[in-house]
Design a protein around this ligand. Sequence first.
Ligand code: XMP
Length: 514
Amino acid sequence: MIKDTILILDFGGQYCHLISRRIREQGVYTEILPCDVSLEEINALTKTDDIKGIIFSGGPSSVLSEAAPQCDLHVFNLKVPILGLCYGHQLLAQHFGGRVEHSKKKEYGPTKVTIDKPVGVLKDLDKTESVWMSHSDTVYDLPEGFEILAHTDNSPVAAFRDHDNSIHGLQWHPEVSHTEKGDLTLTNFIFSVCGCEANWNIGAFEKKAIDEIKQQIGDGKCILALSGGVDSSTTVILASKAVGKNLTSVFVDHGFMRLDEPEFIEKTFSGFDMNLSILNEKERFLEKLKGVSDPERKRKIIGTEFIRVFERAAKKIGAEYLIQGTIYPDRIESGFRRKSEKIKTHHNVGGLPSKIDFKGIVEPLRELYKDEVRKIAKLLGLPKEIVQRQPFPGPGLAVRIIGEVTQKKLDIIKKADKIVTDEIDKLKIKENLWQYFPVLTGTKSTGVKGDKRTYGYTIAIRAIESKDGMTANFAHIPYAVLERISTKITNEIPEVTRVVYDITNKPPATIEWE
Ligand code: XMP
């Protein structure tokens, strides 16, 4: 079925995903594309998407600078309504011949705006509204045929539209929760201005995804790397329903998993209509990491080894298709935001080998955000432990052991991980946490146990709050909980003499220590 779609052109704004989320919450599908996306690329989308409107996002640049990001002018020929937000607002005003200048007075944060005409995207707004602003250029004059819909003390044109209600600009950010009627403004745009129907429905997703997998794979054999995370687990269930025994799900046990993970995978997935292959490769991985303490080398060795093991498994079964649990943000991040500096090499079962020759790669979750995947996982009846699972890095506990990985250190970190997880899982605070785990630091320190001097490992506890893992704050875990965790760890793991709490945000630290 062709779905109504709003395109969001990304001008580098930090809120692109928020705009997208707000619209999807109202049942309308969105696609985020780079601002200079070509007309051909947009046309390619129209096989599955009926493009009903376009949003130009905000961005850090100035439309007055020479390097100001622009869109392909053909976008205006699509003849669909356009809404510009912040930078997008200024770009539209400038494009049609209005006057944009550096602001005489900048506006940041909550701002009172006067709604001069509650029409178009501002339908049903009150005379005065509270909105979120963040800009240093301002639209001072509009071109012929455009009208001012709102102003503030410092922005004479805080909102505008053209004569046929098709082009709108807002100096503020309706996608941010601090803008009180932000949702209503976006609703006005997608339903009243663009005429969208709310036909993006998570409940209907299951059937659509299964049909698509069947269609793409036919009678072919396919393979899937199962990590036990919510994305790959959800993909396994959909694929098993679509192709049954033609699917082989492979769980590579590299030995850096949480305690009893392979057993958990076996128990959870063995009842499904598919082949499940659990490969015990612990010795191979440990051997490869012998003497290696550099974090990037560790990551690369694990990633490469993983691919080798997977390649062999694919060859063995004659797999023609690779099914992956890639989700929407993975695609966006690797698709066009390539300019950011590499901080660390992520190894992800969702990013498997391009080197193996597959007839096709199938990504059933490619349109979904993480919380949408969790909803599907729940609908598919996956256990709560998987639906709500915290993210776990591909290289596993190997990057939570600072320095060389040994069997002895793995045994310590697995026990500590179980203590931290069990203690925090019992508490309500868990719902606000993105991740919580221990790290076996490379530091040893002196302790005293049973009146005897000890010299043992230092464990650091990391617990963080985050929306997407890109930035994070350390969580304010109650001291009583930290104390309980510390006591349990030092009591139950003889090799550990000290437990510390990591109070660093990201940035400047990363979430994982290596
Ligand atoms: P960092 O440490 O880069 O982590 O701040 C951000 C988020 O990504 C997870 N992470 C990984 N996930 N493969 C993954 O699939 C990896 O190699 C990897 N390294 C880190 C990390 O747990 C956090 O949620």
